[in-house]
Design a protein around this ligand. Structure first.
Ligand code: NAD
Ligand code: IPM
Ligand code: MN
Length: 355
């Protein structure tokens, strides 16, 4: 019997609601398989911060590191200064565990209504760089609060960091039927970082000659995501552009309640063992506007569980979860106007996964 050591960070707001359903889906997906999940809940987020002032201690991090994977709900709370939990907990995890591939698939499932009138067949994946860009905290401010305030957030782009995520994106493109990679940046203005990304894509393309490459400035990419999303296969982009584009991608493929993500550290040691656990979470946040009301759609978290299963080498279980979600989404068309609670959707999904 194989065991799966799972660190669970439910976090804040709807995070706790959707993670509960994600765990039900995970159990259902592994029923009848020779795999046992050992979940360890970590008390992290607003409540812990209010009680202790801590976001993520070294001891928490060390404990989380020993797990095979992490399932995260969402962090962020209106009662906590903006940025404290986002940086101190979520980004700290992504940086410390070197989650340089932030994988965000977007697929318009049959039966799902898009706000676009003629979206076509939408099925692309954004490979968002996860450890660099303006997120690194290389910034500062002087004369704060005065009319002469200066506030800087420097975007950090290293050859090492860009190359490793670009190579990962190429490998993903090469493994897909259309074999197409779109670099999204803004090298007409951000000439230093932009040209590093452009040159890196050109260089790595030599290793993947079967992949067709094109380029869009990020502003133009937002147009095409709305007017012709079917044109995209794999997008590779920096941390901040990827954040923004994937909320838009979610919106055109049925909403933020369906958008899943994986924060992956693909690196392995000499023995072939993963160097750090990867982390799986919905793209959405803690949604304080609907928290505690049972209104959150847990589908994004359940699809993140599918990404988790795939990552830990259980593709059949992952496929069961995805098929169940696809069936549930197709069924929504037959029940327009029906409103299900978070737990109702979760229970329906778990039942479908069990088959
Ligand atoms: P949000 O994603 O939490 O909410 C945006 C909108 O989408 C809201 O109207 C919300 O009700 C809706 N929504 C989100 N998830 C939904 C779901 N599963 N089902 C139905 N509707 C859903 O983004 P925000 O309002 O900008 O941020 C709220 C807090 O979450 C902030 O503190 C922010 O920093 C944090 N945040 C955390 C993460 C994360 O933990 N990964 C991601 C984004 C935002
Ligand atoms: C996301 C979120 C985070 C990000 C925030 C909360 C740090 O928006 O996961 O998309 O910007 O990466
Ligand atoms: Mn985001």
């Amino acid at each position: 019997t194989r065991t799966l050591e799972l660190a669970v960070i439910a976090g804040d707001g709807i995070g706790t609601e959707v993670v509960e359903q994600g765990l039900l889906a995970l159990d259902a997906a592994l029923s009848g398989q020779d795999v046992v999940v050992h979940p360890t809940a970590f008390d992290l987020g607003a409540k812990r911060w209010h009680a202790t002032g801590e976001t993520l201690t070294d001891a928490d991090l060390a404990a989380i590191r020993t797990h095979d994977a992490i399932l995260l709900g969402a962090v962020g709370d209106p009662q906590v200064p903006s940025g404290v939990l986002e940086r101190g907990l979520l980004l700290r995890l992504r940086f410390a565990l070197d989650h340089y591939v932030n994988l965000r698939p977007s697929r318009l499932y049959p039966g799902v209504t898009s706000p676009l009138s003629a979206p076509g067949e939408v099925d692309f994946v954004v490979v968002r760089e996860g450890t660099e860009g303006p997120y690194v905290g290389n910034g500062g401010a002087i004369r704060v609060g005065t009319p002469h305030e200066v506030a800087n957030e420097v975007s950090v782009n290293t050859a090492f960091g860009v190359e490793r995520v670009v190579r990962d994106a190429f490998a993903r493109a090469a493994a897909r039927p259309r074999k197409k990679l779109t670099l999204v940046h803004k090298h007409n203005v951000l000439v230093h970082a932009g040209h590093l990304w452009r040159r890196t894509v050109e260089a790595v393309n030599a290793e993947f000659p079967e992949v067709t490459v094109d380029y869009l400035h990020v502003d133009a990419a937002t147009i095409l995501l709305v007017t012709n999303p079917a044109r995209f296969d794999v997008i590779v982009t920096d941390n901040l552009f990827g954040d923004i584009l994937t909320d838009l991608a979610a919106a055109i493929t049925g909403g933020i309640g369906l958008a899943a993500s994986a924060n992956i550290n693909p690196d392995r040691d000499a023995a072939g063992k993963s160097v750090a656990p990867s982390m799986f979470e919905p793209v959405h946040g803690s949604a304080p506007d609907i928290a505690g009301q049972g209104k959150a759609d847990p589908t994004a978290t359940v699809l993140s569980v599918a990404l988790l299963l795939d990552h830990v080498g259980l593709p059949d279980a992952a496929a069961r979860v995805e098929r169940a979600v696809a069936a549930d989404l197709a069924d929504r068309l037959a029940h327009v106007g029906r409103v299900r609670s978070t737990t109702e959707v979760g229970t329906d999904l778990a039942a479908r996964i069990r088959g």
